[in-house]
Design a binder for this molecule. Structure first.
Ligand SMILES: Cc1ncc(COP(=O)(O)O)c(C=O)c1O
Length: 384
């Protein structure tokens, strides 16, 4: 599919079609699996899956689909994932909102990483939560800071993006994962792990997901098909322990409306049964890995050495650090005139810090456009 005005005007994106907007954090529309979806549609109709797709669904989600999902995750997480521990959602954004509804009241304190996913901050604001940030270094959230603030603020939960973090691309080390779980038990808070990029590694896989620690009874691990299949499906899952699972299943919204996405679950069940997802995921990892290399090489060649970054090993994003006296919002104004762009750093901080950073996405555009976009950005930086 061409990136036409139509695709560029979709949610989160309003642009002229000759702009290369490196701020867009979405899958490339040209890579979406149209043929797989067609095949899956025929398969689920021919197999009469409509009997489970059309009525109200089970609160936790369709059993057949959860069975397929548990096999898919067991394969990719390289450990058994039980279908009894999977609750189907409309994607991680909706999962997050549901968790806020069920486990927080207006005014409660939650922790996020500094920086964090900008649009999660909007979800937390919708729930009127008091958001406190915990700084990160190259290995993820800083444990001493987490402990000191946990004792002081008694948060309901910590929201973390453990692998190929949005926006920094950083992966939380194995040791820190264990330390976070120990602190969640000691200080009685939940760990809401947004594992959206867990399966999108370009080489060595990251440490196992936080779903590895379900026995702690503090973990809610959120996964989604948005970045490994198609965001329009609005389909994801929460993997959690028995007690927290019972709270999800007891939510008013699923009592009234049934399981969250029986219709789409039927399509994706077919995609899994037809073994279409594994090859598609392999293809995406190859393409995104090459795009990541191209954007990083082009930045190394064309941007001033005062702008630094760490090449990510997975996910969608690279995080640029500018000298501390630079506000990237001002640079964005110049970049827009040169028909390119990025997401300025302040958006990713609940305190509007990280003003001298920028998030660039390498997933949305092809290699040539990424090179052109970076060269345009380099040109904008030279302007007074
Ligand atoms: C960290 C993070 N969480 C959640 C989402 C949105 O996920 P979903 O489409 O499943 O709601 C994104 C998309 O960019 C993301 O980067």
């Amino acid at each position: 599919m061409k990136k036409t005005a139509d695709t560029l005007q979709s949610t989160q994106v309003k642009l002229s079609s000759d702009t290369i907007e490196l701020g867009i954090g979405q899958p490339d529309p040209d890579l979406l699996p149209h043929d797989d979806i067609k095949q899956a549609a025929t398969h689920c109709i021919n197999n009469n899956y409509s009997t489970s797709m059309l009525p109200y669904g089970h609160e936790e989600g369709c059993d057949h689909f959860r069975q397929e999902l548990s096999q898919f995750l067991s394969r990719h997480y390289r450990q058994p994932v039980s279908l009894d521990r999977l609750f189907i959602t409309n994607g991680n954004s909706q999962g997050l909102s549901l968790i806020c509804t069920l486990f927080c009241h207006s005014g409660d304190t939650i922790f996020v990483e500094e920086p964090t996913y900008n649009l999660a901050l909007k979800i937390f604001a919708d729930h009127h939560l008091n958001v406190v940030s915990i700084p990160m270094d190259d290995n993820g959230i800083i444990i001493e800071e987490l402990e000191e603030k946990a004792a002081r603020f008694k948060p309901n939960f910590l929201y973390t993006i453990p692998s190929f973090h949005n926006p920094t691309g950083i992966t939380l080390s194995q040791k820190r994962r264990e330390q976070i779980i120990a602190l969640s038990q000691a200080y009685n808070f939940l760990v809401v792990a947004d594992e959206v990029y867990q399966l999108l590694h370009f080489g060595t896989p990251p440490p196992p997901p936080m779903a590895d620690y379900l026995d702690s009874d503090t973990v809610l691990s959120l996964g989604t098909f948005s970045k490994i299949l198609a965001p329009g499906l609005r389909l994801g899952w929460i993997q959690t322990g028995q007690y927290l699972m019972s709270k999800l299943v007891d939510a008013g919204v699923v009592h009234s409306g049934g399981g969250l996405n029986p219709f789409t679950s039927g399509f994706v069940r077919s995609i899994l049964e037809l073994d279409l997802l594994d090859p598609y995921l392999d293809k995406l990892k190859g393409i995104y890995g090459r795009r990541c290399r191209v954007i990083c090489q082009t930045m190394s060649k064309n941007l001033p050495s005062t702008i630094t970054f760490k090449e990510p090993e997975g996910g969608f994003f690279v995080w640029l650090k500018f000298p501390s006296d630079i506000d990237t919002k001002a640079i964005l104004t110049k970049a827009r005139q040169d028909k390119t762009g990025f997401k300025p750093g302040f958006l990713f901080s609940c305190n509007r810090n990280t003003t001298n950073y920028a998030r660039l996405c390498f997933a949305y555009y092809g290699e040539n456009q990424l090179e052109t976009g970076i060269k345009r950005l380099a040109g904008s930086l030279l302007k007074p």
